[in-house]
Design a protein around this ligand. Structure first.
Ligand code: 2P0
Length: 326
């Protein structure tokens, strides 16, 4: 992180959920926004990043990917500024905000998580300085998680790493030096047709949703055990089951949504044919496949793409800590 009186730059990475936040509690006030109906657990990435720069200005100005933010995004950012002002009990002095991702946005790499994690930290640091922010991340962990969560639920898991569990209004950090890689196959860069916010609402309407809630607890325990034992053979099948179930809930729904493209489905079929694997897939709300492994596998992935006659851009990422230097 770099900062001076006039300018501050800060980066945060997305996270990939091993156990998904998909379906949220109803809320009647901002404090209750974006609370999952079940606990979730994710791995924070490191190479994909949202970079936020704040520079002193006469007025608040917001730019995303070098363009003036849309009215909808302006509204979301303004609401977040208000949350931070309420928390710090002071008005933020005006700034020009520039936010940019170094990875494709809205395609299944969770850009809202890294964006609202970065914004939360940047706004706090803008007013109180980096030392205050670093201390708050350690000593006011839950306060900051709840602020980020109100911007976008999954953002509370991007404030820390390497593995973060989120349950209702609190997060638990799972420290580990397990080196995991996430090789992301970008089958489509088209923005998804149904936003996550709508997807969350639809999820609870699926006839499969109630049963899912009975299974999540066991799965999360398996994932925690796998992390503590560095046991990929336990982690892998659990996260695959979880990802496939989430996509089934999306399809089997009064508002059916198919996030997977034909190429994505074809590729998934191809890898499921492999009898013993040392890499496992998970999916976000999009057509892109995240392959989790203990070593880099881009060379193998290229061969598998050829074998299944599918095409995808490859993004090689790995487990990381949050707020890494930009
Ligand atoms: C997750 N996703 O756990 C799940 C899996 C997508 C699929 O969290 O409405 O962008 O801003 O709270 O955090 C995407 O949902 O939704 C998400 P909001 P968010 O990562």
């Amino acid at each position: 992180m770099q900062s001076s009186a006039k300018k501050l730059t800060l980066c945060s990475s997305p996270n990939i959920a091993f156990i998904k936040y998909w379906g949220k509690k109803e809320s009647t006030c901002d404090e209750d926004r974006n609370i999952g109906l079940n606990p979730s657990l994710s791995m924070t990435l490191s190479k994909a990043q949202t970079k936020v720069t704040l520079e002193a200005s006469q007025n608040f100005e917001f730019f995303i990917q070098d363009k003036i933010a849309s009215p909808k995004d302006q509204e979301k950012i303004s609401a977040h500024i208000k949350r931070i002002e309420e928390y710090l009990q002071k008005k933020l002095s005006p700034f020009k905000l520039s936010s940019s991702n170094n990875f494709p946005t809205g395609t299944g790499i969770a850009s809202s998580a890294s964006a609202f994690s970065a914004l939360t930290c940047a706004f706090i640091s803008w007013m109180e300085g980096n030392d205050f922010l670093q201390k708050a991340l350690q000593e006011k962990t839950q306060d900051l998680a709840n602020l980020a969560r109100r911007g976008s639920g999954s953002a509370c898991r991007s404030l820390h790493g390497p593995f973060v569990e989120w349950n209702d209004r609190s997060i638990t950090l799972h420290k580990s030096n397990w080196k995991l890689y996430d090789t992301i196959l970008i089958f489509s860069k088209t923005e998804k047709k149904v936003s996550s916010t709508d997807g969350h609402k639809f999820a609870t309407l699926s006839p499969l949703f109630k049963e899912r809630l009975t299974k999540v607890h066991d799965r999360i325990e398996k994932v925690k055990k796998a992390i503590s034992e560095k046991n990929l053979q336990l982690l892998g099948p659990t996260i695959e089951e979880e990802a496939l179930e989430m996509h089934e809930i999306m399809r089997n729904n009064p508002h059916p949504v198919e996030y997977q493209t034909e190429e994505c489905k074809k590729f998934l079929k191809e890898i499921q044919k492999i009898s013993s694997r040392d890499f496992y897939f998970t999916l976000d709300a999009g057509p892109n496949v995240h392959l989790i492994s203990e070593k880099p596998i881009a060379h193998l992935v290229k061969m598998l793409l050829e074998k299944s006659s599918t095409h995808a851009e490859i993004w090689e990422d790995e487990v990381g800590s949050p707020l890494s230097s930009c």
